[in-house]
Write a protein that binds this ligand. Structure first.
Ligand SMILES: N[C@@H](CCC(=O)N[C@@H](CS)C(=O)NCC(=O)O)C(=O)O
Length: 214
């Protein structure tokens, strides 16, 4: 199979995996964990010298950085019946680029802190004060996405407008991490409704089933 995605589903590999599942692509999933040193072997470092998952291999092309992997798939592959997650207009291109960069630079670190210190780390190592500080910092960026979504014209249910695109996958993959701080989404009803729409999609349900398997 020419397309390979390295990285367990319960990791940032979820981003390219979600795109691949939406598009119904045939791909080989290599469920490499990030904990057991598997990302620091000479073979893996030859693919990604950062020693991180995900990595995408497409024939001779190697892509690392999860958002780059997601955008690469959306740009180079289409789904059944012309399903297209990439930009089709300049306006969509602007939305996809800005929301993807926005979520990585303005939200990802704090969203991860919330997830780690409420759910993922063993209870005795969690620091609730770090999760609370991160939640406080996120109120600013969340106000921005809330204004955008609440201010869209009728029928424009997604970040780039009426169509679900890779921008929604990029941003929803990160904002899903803030669910353990429910007060954040309670203050942003348009964002909460949009996030639920994204996370209820069949490809996302498939992805969560893959995550549970490990
Ligand atoms: N900015 C990178 C971060 C990748 C990353 O940190 N991946 C984690 C798993 S979600 C990892 O591989 N950690 C292993 C390590 O740091 O040794 C991306 O988005 O791909």
């Amino acid at each position: 199979m020419s397309l390979k995605i390295h990285g367990i589903a319960a990791s940032r590999a979820s981003r390219p995996l979600w795109v691949a599942l939406e598009l119904g692509l045939a791909f080989e999933h290599v469920p490499l964990h990030y904990k057991d040193g598997a990302t620091h072997t000479p073979e893996f470092l030859a693919l990604n010298p950062n020693g991180h998952i995900p990595v995408l291999q497409d024939e001779g092309v190697v892509v690392w950085e999860s958002m780059a992997c997601a955008l690469y798939l959306a740009d180079n592959y289409k789904g059944p019946e012309g399903l297209n997650l990439a930009a089709q207009t300049k306006a969509e291109s602007a939305e996809i680029l800005r929301w993807t960069f926005w979520v990585v630079t303005e939200c990802e670190k704090d969203a991860l802190t919330i997830l780690m210190h409420t759910l993922v780390m063993p209870a005795d190592r969690r620091k609730p004060e770090l999760a609370a500080e991160a939640a406080r910092r996120l109120t600013g960026p969340l106000r921005v996405i809330e204004q955008h979504l609440a201010g869209q014209s009728a029928g424009a249910a997604y970040l780039a407008g009426e169509r679900f695109t890779v921008a929604d996958i990029a941003v929803a993959s990160v904002l899903a991490w803030i669910k353990p701080a429910p007060e954040l989404l309670a203050a942003c009803p348009a964002t909460a409704a949009w996030l639920a729409r994204c996370l209820d999609r069949p490809a996302q349900l498939q992805l969560r089933a893959m995550s549970r398997k490990g």
